[in-house]
Design a protein around this ligand. Structure first.
Ligand code: GDP
Ligand code: CA
Length: 326
């Protein structure tokens, strides 16, 4: 049985995973999820990326937006707002809140996030093994300096506040992964990379989704060292993110929003990289860095189109496996 390990953010990764499950129904798939977006809201531990994967693959996601629960209502959010409870820029739906209550209670009882995630997945049966990148607390913070601020000091705010409240429009100086240096990979993470037949980097935000996973000590080295071919799919199509604001995050780290420059961020771990047909001119640049590259349609329009992307990624990986005799 083909063992596939995927490093995943939220919405982009989840759409891709749905296609992958379709393309490789018999594969043994492990998903290593980003937890650096996690945030405590109204006393509840929220894990947006893990939940997006779990709800999407478990059939509970709100399809129109690609995250959150289907059929959501907002009675609790309305009541919180009536009390003036902050923050009001991040709304939790009533159904979603049940997930966060269970998670928060289990964490308070001493369970690790990986055990909690497994328990939540008992309900959702996503058809993959979902692991948080770490059981330790890691939070992406963004250092911003208010534009009209004169001599105001830069301040660090939670990534979610920059992304959701400020729409990533306030210039950011730095992205800091608070706690990552002291974090350890969650149980099973390094093994899933070492023992994989293929490692995939789906179209996810390279800076704030894939970046934090690779930054957990030991993970990037494991991905670089694994005998499995590592293949990524560009989240940048035609010089722009397909959805969302990945270009804003790339700007902070000084990387142009092109399919080849994003490959460059991961060049040390990649064997293969897929770009969209619109970015065919990037193929030569990527291949010159020693990474096999192909231009194919990369828009996740529906499950069949996404499954075709996943199949091409697996083919590229198989070429590497045969090519190297591994
Ligand atoms: P988030 O945590 O919800 O932001 O989700 P991810 O990090 O998993 O993915 C966001 C990234 O997915 C963005 O950079 C998008 O450009 C990319 N993305 C979304 N839809 C598509 C698509 O149809 N094709 C490709 N190639 N990338 C996509
Ligand atoms: Ca995310």
């Amino acid at each position: 049985m083909l063992r596939i390990t995927v490093l995943a953010g939220g919405v982009g990764a989840s759409r891709f995973l749905r296609g992958l499950v379709h393309a490789a129904p018999d594969a043994d798939i492990t998903v290593i999820g980003n937890t650096a977006d996690d945030i405590t809201l109204h006393g509840l531990h929220v894990s947006p990326d893990l939940d997006t994967v779990m709800y999407t693959l478990g059939g509970g996601v709100e399809e129109s937006q690609g995250w959150g629960r289907a059929g959501e209502s907002f009675a609790v959010a309305d009541e919180l707002a009536a009390y003036g409870a902050q923050p009001q820029w991040f709304t939790l739906g009533d159904r979603d809140i049940a997930t966060h209550i269970v998670r928060t209670q289990m964490l308070a009882a001493g369970y690790r996030l990986s055990a909690v995630t497994e328990a939540l997945c008992d309900r959702w049966r996503p058809g993959v093994r979902l692991l948080p990148m770490t059981d330790d607390r890691v939070e992406t913070h963004v250092v911003v300096r208010p534009e009209d601020g004169g001599d105001t000091q830069p301040s660090a705010i939670h990534f979610q506040e920059w992304w959701i409240r400020l729409h990533a429009e306030v210039p950011a100086e730095r992205i800091v992964l608070v706690g990552v240096d002291r974090s350890a990979p969650a149980p099973g993470v390094l093994e899933a990379i070492e023992n994989a037949d293929v490692v995939l980097l789906p179209p996810s935000n390279p800076v704030v989704s894939i970046g934090p996973i690779l930054a957990v000590p030991g993970v990037r080295d494991a991905v670089a060292a694994t005998t499995a071919p590592v293949v990524g799919l560009s989240p940048i199509v035609g010089g722009a993110p397909v959805r969302g604001m990945a270009d804003a995050a790339l700007r902070v780290i000084g990387v142009p929003a092109t399919a080849s420059d994003v490959a460059g961020i991961f060049a040390d771990v990649l064997d293969g990289w897929l770009v969209d047909e619109a970015d065919a001119e990037a193929v030569a640049a990527v291949e010159s860095s020693g990474v096999r590259c192909r231009a194919v349609p990369l828009l996740m329009r529906d499950v069949p189109a996404t499954a075709a992307m996943a199949s091409t990624a697996l083919e590229l990986a198989a070429e590497r496996r045969e090519g190297s005799g591994a």
